[in-house]
Design a protein around this ligand. Structure first.
Ligand code: AHR
Length: 650
């Protein structure tokens, strides 16, 4: 007997059925529920150089000289034979209070054709592309007697090739802003390059900020890397959860994501230490997050700082917490207020008069780490204040069903709770059949705000061992992702949103803190992991109605949805076995199934993966399948994720 399993009985039935042969059954007669239209989104924070040295297109590392208080890290002296120069930080000469130091360049001898100056090696290289315009912005001053020329060039690491160059003069004793365009010609792409700034005569010049941008997504100033944005847009995300993760909390209260310090001109952004061991420029600040959402046609899921920081400090609920609650209210006003509000007017001044749509606000992040158990009271204080002013907003509590009862929020009913899962493929394969089946359908809704599969249960993503592995996961991990995404989709009536984390990794060994990560890149190029393609297959192919599915005599896990407008039935099947699985697929209750279906397959050996050098080693393949009937045979390749798109009448 084959047994149909409903949303709430997947695990039990999968184990108890007695069908003849591996079978996957879809109950297409009556939808089992409505699938959340917001199910697939993205999560982001500053980790692994996701922004600085990643999506944020700035090419100069330590552009404002604030990364170290003692040395101008990432900057080096350029002096050639007879020319001589020195560099040093100079905190007594700063452009303003935010950029509280400067780089002093002193050229004592400048010989024609022998450059003397300073160079920056970028974020593991400056990417040079052919026929490309780079926009440089330089804040500088000089001693009153300096009347020389400043040359700004993109030069090969060995100094032999100048890819683009431009000059300016007119330095004064007062600070001035200089803007230049550097244009490359017909060069071969390379990241083995530096930005070099030289003087043509002896003198002393101070730099407050040196910025260099390539062309950005939609040509937005202070914008995003084009190739990475394209990869994100291709995932069809419905929301973006930001700015964390740990990044919203900071190690300490002072180093939290303090949104007011991340807006306005870049020369007014001091930056701050990020909890992942390096300094953030805050170049990608609150407005840029919102514009990023807009560019992807995705909604913001805004996490506000809720009075807990990672080193175990919390703000006492009550009077002490009040300023932070007020800050969150003002942040929401910055996002949603019209130009007649104080913070809406500030947003307009910053360049975006139109308010952004906002439906979800998350109060904190992973507050189960707060062992003082203050979260219930802190959440309540935020809840009451935000609901009083913005009753339409849905508030997300950060302690979900898997955390100890005594840590969860009891004094208010959160609209949504956030659950995080970093598990191995084997753990996900075990957990997924029963996942969410006992969740209370009367709420709170569930947001799986961070999750990812890794290959080896013994190597946790945050441990040193993980950093010794390649930054992005293999096909084995994608299988774990697949079974868990199928589980979430079966339960997409209560799992309203989910997002893989972390999203981005700069693959240079010194740049990363966590693995696995979805998308890898260096200065010049990027690639998607097998997990990226698994997510893309899921997120781009989903209907609005959940169909019950059942399995018997198979380790295959899957899910099904239907598009109520077109009638299309979308099956997702994951074969975690090292052997092919010949499956009987039964579609019960569908009207007029077309005999042709389209198929998207991601398959490979468990260890197969993608990388900078082999970016498309494992990618989905699209094909057509003939002979579709209410019962048909389909053979899943070993270690595979398959999307079957069946045409039926609505
Ligand atoms: O995704 C990496 C980290 O994992 C997040 O910053 C944090 O929320 C979680 O512990």
């Amino acid at each position: 007997m084959k047994t149909l399993i409903t949303l709430s009985s997947y695990a039990a039935v999968a184990m108890s059925c007695l069908a003849a042969g591996p079978t996957f059954t879809v109950q297409a007669g009556h939808p089992a529920g409505k699938a959340s239209p917001m199910l697939y989104g993205l999560m982001t924070e500053e980790i692994n150089h996701s922004y600085d040295g990643g999506l944020y297109a700035e090419l100069i590392q330590n552009r404002a000289f604030l990364d170290s208080a003692t040395t101008p890290v990432h900057w080096s002296v350029v002096n050639d034979n007879d020319s001589a120069a020195t560099i040093a930080l100079d905190a007594t000469n700063s452009f303003n209070d935010q950029l509280a130091t400067s780089l002093r360049l002193t050229v004592t001898q400048a010989v024609k054709d022998h450059p003397a100056g300073v160079a920056n090696s970028g974020y593991w290289g400056i990417p040079v592309q052919p026929d490309t315009r780079y926009r440089a912005v330089i804040l500088a001053r000089a001693t009153a007697d300096f009347s020389g020329l400043v040359t700004v060039s993109i030069v090969s690491e060995d100094g032999e090739t100048v890819y683009a160059t431009e000059q300016f003069s007119g330095l004064k004793a007062d600070w001035k802003k200089f803007e230049l365009t550097l244009k490359t010609g017909k060069v071969a792409p390379t990241a083995a390059a530096r930005l070099v700034i030289t003087l043509d005569q002896p003198g002393t010049v101070w730099f407050g900020l040196v910025s260099l941008f390539p062309p950005t997504w939609s040509d937005q100033p202070n914008g995003f890397r084009k190739d990475l944005m394209q990869m994100l847009v291709d995932l069809n995300p419905k929301f973006l959860r930001f700015p964390g993760g740990n990044y919203v909390e900071g190690d300490t209260i002072e180093s939290r994501f303090d949104w007011k310090k991340t807006i306005g001109p870049i020369e007014e952004r001091h930056g701050h230490p990020c909890p992942w061991g390096y300094r953030s420029t805050d170049g990608l600040g609150l407005l840029e997050f919102l514009e990023w959402c807009e560019d992807m046609k995705a909604e913001p899921v805004l996490a506000v700082y809720a009075g807990y920081s990672l080193k175990g400090v919390h703000v006492n609920p009550g009077t002490d917490l009040e300023p932070f609650v007020q800050d969150a209210l003002e942040e929401i006003e910055y996002v949603t207020g019209d130009v007649n509000t104080k913070w809406g007017a500030q947003r307009a001044k910053d360049g975006h008069p139109a308010p952004f749509k906002l439906a979800y606000v998350e109060v904190g992040n992973e507050d189960w780490f707060d062992k003082s158990k203050s979260y219930d009271a802190r959440f309540a204080q935020f809840y009451d204040a935000i609901k009083a002013k913005y009753p339409q907003l849905k508030l997300i509590a950060t302690i979900g069903n898997d955390q100890p009862e005594e840590l969860r929020v009891h004094s208010r009913k959160a609209d949504v709770t956030d659950e995080h899962y970093y598990l191995s493929t084997d753990e996900f394969t075990l957990k997924s059949p029963g996942y969410a089946q006992n969740y209370d359908r009367s709420g709170p809704d569930i947001f799986v705000g961070e999750w990812a599969a890794h290959e080896d249960a013994a190597i946790k993503p945050w441990e040193a061992g993980a950093r010794k592995q390649p930054p992005t996961p293999t096909m084995k991990a994608a299988i774990g992702d697949g079974v868990f995404m199928a589980a979430m989709e079966r339960n997409a009536d209560v799992i309203k949103m989910q997002c893989y984390a972390p999203l981005l990794v700069n693959v240079n060994p010194g740049a990363r803190q966590w693995r696995p990560d979805l998308i890898g890149y260096d200065a010049l190029s990027c690639y998607g992991s097998p997990s990226y393609y698994a997510l893309q297959m899921f997120s781009r192919n989903i209907g609005d109605e959940i169909l019950s599915v059942g399995t018997s005599q198979t380790a295959v896990q899957g899910c099904a949805t239907r598009d109520s407008h077109s009638g299309e039935i979308i099956l997702k099947l994951v074969n975690p076995q090292p052997i092919a699985e010949s499956l009987n697929v039964e579609i019960n209750g569908a009207t007029a199934l077309d005999s042709k279906a389209s198929v998207i397959t991601l398959a490979g050996s468990p260890e197969d993966t993608n990388s900078i050098n082999r970016p498309r080693n494992v990618v989905p393949v699209t094909s057509t399948l003939e002979g579709i009937k209410p019962q048909f045979a389909y053979t899943l390749p070993p270690n595979s994720i398959v999307v079957l798109k069946l045409n039926a009448r609505p």
